[in-house]
Design a protein around this ligand. Structure first.
Ligand code: PNS
Length: 159
């Protein structure tokens, strides 16, 4: 069984993340979306909210599971008996950070491979921070996040 882990902060999950989840679900037997905490970011949505949003968005995808994790990502990957980490790459600007993370994870666990998927061009400008900013200032985030969680997100971000 080929299992991959798709980790991130998902604060909140965007259409760009959803695109990567769907495409990974076609390539792997099981995708575990791993909601973590980037130590240099303070999240707006709680861990529970971030997990519930992704569960709602992926409930029609039978081979996708959603869990939160703390501690090292590679330990979570091993615990799930997976050996692949999937990450989305939007632009050159993502590369340096992702390269550093993938290299460190490889050093910590050489048997775990990180693979990158290019984010669909139509979402290349999209990020959770853009969604938070536009939502907080009352702008329309309708095409930025999956429809089923739009209201929940708008409600929380609205000033
Ligand atoms: O949304 P992000 O910022 O890309 O998510 C980052 C996340 C949560 C995947 C990353 O910070 C992470 O893996 N945190 C767990 C701690 C860890 O393993 N750090 C070492 C990797 S270099």
């Amino acid at each position: 069984m080929k299992i991959c882990i798709y980790p991130g902060s998902f604060d909140p999950v965007t259409n760009g993340h959803y695109d990567i989840i769907k495409r990974s679900a076609q390539l792997f037997d099981k995708v575990i979306v791993a909601v973590g905490q980037n130590s240099s970011k303070k999240t707006v949505f709680s861990t529970e909210e971030r997990v519930q949003f992704i569960k709602k968005v992926t409930e029609h995808l039978p081979n996708v599971e959603v869990e939160s994790f703390s501690g090292l990502l590679v330990d979570f990957v091993k615990e799930k008996r997976a050996n692949v980490i999937v990450k989305g790459l939007r632009a050159v600007s993502d590369f340096e950070y992702e390269f550093q993370m993938a290299s460190m994870n490889h050093k910590l666990a050489p048997n775990i491979e990180t693979i990158f998927m290019m984010t669909s061009i139509k979402y290349s400008y999209l990020s959770s921070s853009i969604v938070r900013e536009v939502g907080r200032l009352g702008g329309c985030i309708q095409s930025l996040v999956p429809e089923v969680i739009l209201e929940d997100i708008q409600e929380k971000l609205r000033p």
